[in-house]
Design a protein. Structure first.
Lengths: 224, 224
DNA sequence: GATTTCAGTGCACGCTTGTTCACTGACCAG
DNA sequence: CTGGTCAGTGAACAAGCGTGCACTGAAATC
């Protein structure tokens, strides 16, 4: 009952005996540990996954785990970095989309949906561990989200140039948008798991929410 | 942080030997199981807390646990109910506040802040397990949040009477408000743990976010 | 007073956990 | 060819886990 994985993604390796150098094989095993943990994260929290389970799934003996990471927590921190890659990609895409097309909001929501659809395990991990058990992991995610918000703040500043918005208010609006998108991500993940046909309704809702915020911003007057 | 329990105070099942009826004592133990779990939840996720640990802290033998709950998951579900009490209280307060005072938004935020301040453990539990490991618990919280949203939808319907909002749009707006408040709760909890002086800034931000949404709603026109 | 109920006990079981340790043997540099 | 490096092995450990079972004894019911 492994999670739904999109085709074309890196498959978990089988034992490849004769292939390549030692360093290469080590890197391969390391990657397999990350992949396997991602798969296990699909159902459960990081804190409830055991070192032995990860090792077992990766096809190595428990003690060999320590050749790669000092603990599961250390692996978890690396996992955050790994999961942030699609998120960063998302932001880049969104920025590019803004330049090319006209409808910022529709494009943003589409890109969000695409990323969540293509990397559900990563988003599961991020939403789950955002308030989850391991401290270092939680902090890493919070930092990344703050960066996301401040990027969005900059974009909003550009869009509201001439309407004398205070930085504080811009951050407030950006934070609201991020909140809306985060809760959309959670909803998408949970609906995808149960009845995938709801996705478009959720996306429509998200789009209207962002549009509502935009309307509000049109009527807003910042106070110094 | 660690529980604030004086040393040597661990109450056992038969400590109150002479007091009260059997049914009363059972209820007492049951409540102790819930309380103990709340305390343990302060630091960690529900999935990482063992039945034996809860029983030990509650002063009963592990097998006696089954006289009250079929599993830790079942206890978790009841814990959701227990934690939702302050939230429900909050909603009632907010409703009453709406009748008495003028400024709905300011009152709502104040009530939210008060509840979070007074019941941090419960809110920690809810935010942590909202995307957490145990399935039944996650679903119970989702259900409760949906109820919250639909209550708010009704309120918004009353406030927007005459502006022909569709139910779908009302739910959309209510969902946005709930998202904003949820993220405020998370921020409050995490700031309270580290530097409690930020709370008022966060609350100010939350108030402006809700006001921004209200402004957006004033400019919104529902489409059939 | 006799009988039933049942919250809590105590032991035992089979299993999983993280971590230690000495080891093997394929790779790679000299 | 020789010797070192080191990813992966396999046995062993102490501890903790969930749960089954026969039990005790006080309270509730008759």
């Amino acid at each position: 009952m492994s999670g739904s994985r999109p085709p074309g993604e890196r498959e978990t390796a089988h034992a490849d005996r004769e292939t390549h150098s030692r360093a290469e094989r080590k890197e391969r095993t390391r990657q397999r540990l990350l992949d396997v943990t991602f798969r296990l994260i699909g159902d459960r929290s990081l804190a409830s996954i055991s070192l032995r389970e990860v090792a077992r799934e990766a096809g190595i003996v428990p003690t060999a785990f320590y050749r790669h990471y000092a603990s599961m927590d250390a692996l978890g921190v690396e996992l955050v970095d790994e999961s942030m890659r699609p998120l960063r990609q998302m932001i880049r895409d969104a920025r590019r989309g803004r330049v090319v097309h006209g409808d910022i909001i529709a494009d943003t929501v589409k890109i969000l949906a695409k990323q969540v659809r293509e990397h559900p395990d990563q988003f599961w991990f991020l939403t789950r561990e955002r308030s989850g058990g391991v401290d270092a992991v939680r902090r890493a995610i919070a930092t990344e989200l703050r960066l996301f918000t401040s990027d969005l703040t900059v974009d909003l500043a550009r869009l509201t140039a001439g309407y004398d918005w205070s930085t504080d208010d811009l951050e407030m609006a950006a934070g609201l948008m991020v909140s809306a998108m985060l809760s959309t991500v959670v909803d998408l993940l949970e609906s995808d798991a149960r009845h995938p046909e709801d996705a478009s309704a959720l996306l429509d809702r998200a789009e209207r929410q962002l549009r509502l915020i935009a309307l509000g911003m049109g009527a807003w007057r910042s106070k110094p």
